[in-house]
Design a protein around this ligand. Structure first.
Ligand SMILES: [Cu+2]
Ligand SMILES: [Zn+2]
Length: 204
């Protein structure tokens, strides 16, 4: 047990170093491109000047095999980019939300509570006028059950405190597609859950 736990810690640590190196490389590439060419298409990563970073390790719930790691990077004052890969899904679309409680302990994920909605509202599409702040739409898995996630979320932060902070809340993936109907999009069971945890060792 002890070895396994140490191995897991080590893996997690190595992964963070790899991510830090990757983010650094992207930042340098962006800067180099900027100085050598007059124009360059801005990527959200370019604006991560010492912003907070967080990680959500997705755990399988409701008897699913869904797993993955999502990395969150704050850029600008109120935008957070969520990137990563999720495996073990059924092919097609799956509701993708931030839920209010950073608690994935219950086997059905209900411990994560309802959708994160600090200013209320009704459930809907992230592109629509009315929606919960935590309504992130759908992610789509390919025929191998893998979804590559890259979702930019406006209006939220990775600060430790603040009304719109999503730290210590949960990312939940559902069995079915979110059809954007109130109150929760008919997206079915919760098949993966991960608490959004600040990467304290990566703060600059
Ligand atoms: Cu949800
Ligand atoms: Zn909602």
């Amino acid at each position: 047990m002890k070895d396994r736990w140490n191995g897991r810690l080590e893996t997690r640590y190595m992964r963070r170093i790899a991510v830090a190196a990757l983010l650094g490389a992207i930042g340098q590439a962006g800067a180099a491109e900027h100085s050598h060419h007059g124009h360059h298409v801005a990527s959200p990563m370019d604006h991560n000047h010492g912003g907070s970073n967080a990680t959500a390790e997705l755990v399988a719930i409701s008897g699913s095999q869904v797993n993955g790691t999502l990395h969150l990077v704050q850029h600008d004052n109120s935008n957070v980019l969520i990137k990563g890969s999720v495996a073990g899904l059924t092919p097609g679309k799956h509701g993708f939300h931030i839920h209010v409680n950073g608690n994935c302990d219950s086997p059905d994920g209900m411990s994560a509570g309802g959708h994160f909605a600090p200013s209320g509202g009704v459930h809907g599409a992230p592109s629509g006028e009315a929606h919960h702040l935590g309504d992130l739409g759908n992610i789509e898995a390919d025929r191998n059950g893998v979804a590559n996630v890259s979702v930019d979320v406006p209006g939220v932060s990775l600060a430790l405190i603040g009304l719109n902070s999503i730290v210590n809340r949960a990312i939940v993936i559902h069995a079915k597609e979110d059809d954007f109907s109130d109150p929760a999009g008919n997206s079915g069971a919760r098949v993966a859950c991960g608490v959004i945890e600040q990467d304290n060792d990566m703060r600059m």
